[in-house]
Design a protein around this ligand. Structure first.
Ligand code: DC
Length: 232
């Protein structure tokens, strides 16, 4: 396929815990595309804010912090690695502290500006499956395919609890449910780049779908769009 600049972008947006990461990763692997987890970038920034004790209301402090921060994503040994100022933070960005604060940090306009620039730069010349909250609406409004994932809250909570248990972390379904609802509210209600389902996004409700089915739907949509582009 001929590459445009950026390449073919699959934008996957949706609510917290709706299966974006699993679907995006597996679809990217199957299509031979690169994978970008923009939530991981917001999480890395949140870790930096927490570690430095910067107040997100301190505009000058946040501007300084953003200038002094470097976030790198790399794909190695079948896994996405996240580096913050060259330090591996792949696990550190998944703690409850980071998860509990990331929606606040990601609502800061200066944070979003920096992430958007980085995400667009990283996409140049690459075919990409990119997941987040504002990918189809703001970061890549010309994406070749936009998918919006959603899922019932009880099902999302059950999946999250099972994932955490697998990783040896204990948590209750009640607190996971409360956290999911809170993050959805903050992500959809913020002023800058809120989570929205744009009109040209394909809605995928994953409540009753298996991962395999989700991935197959995304991949066949991509193949169909690519075939149309080749013909045009
Ligand atoms: O996908 P995730 O749960 O790892 O994302 C963490 C947070 O980052 C999420 O609560 C909202 C924010 N986020 C965002 O605002 N915009 C994105 N493109 C990706 C994530």
């Amino acid at each position: 396929m001929k590459l445009r600049e950026p390449g073919f972008v699959v934008a996957i947006d949706g609510t917290a815990g709706s299966g974006k990461s699993t679907t995006a990763k597996a679809s990217a692997r199957r299509l031979g595309f690169d994978y970008m987890d923009t939530g991981a970038m917001y999480r890395a920034m949140t870790l930096k804010v927490l570690e430095t004790g910067t107040r997100i209301t301190d505009k000058a402090g946040m501007a300084r912090l953003l200038r002094a921060t470097r976030i790198d994503l790399s794909w190695c040994k079948g896994r996405l690695w996240v580096k913050l100022d060259r330090r591996d933070v792949t696990s550190a960005i998944r703690t409850p502290e980071v998860t509990g604060y990331v929606s606040e940090v990601s609502a800061v306009p200066a944070v979003r500006d920096k992430m958007k620039v980085e995400q667009r730069r990283a996409a140049l010349g690459r075919n990409l499956v990119c997941e987040g909250r504002d990918i189809g609406s703001v970061v890549f409004p010309d994406a070749g395919l936009k998918v919006y994932l959603d899922c019932d809250v009880p099902e999302r909570a059950a999946r999250r609890v099972a994932e955490w248990r697998e990783d040896g972390m204990r948590t209750s379904r009640t607190s996971v449910t409360a956290n999911l609802r809170r993050r959805d509210r903050l992500d959809s209600g913020r002023k800058v780049a809120p989570l929205v389902r744009v009109a040209d996004a394909v809605l995928l409700d994953t409540t009753m779908l298996t991962i395999e089915e989700q991935v197959e739907i995304v991949c066949s949509l991509v193949r169909r769009r690519l075939a149309l582009m080749e013909r045009a």
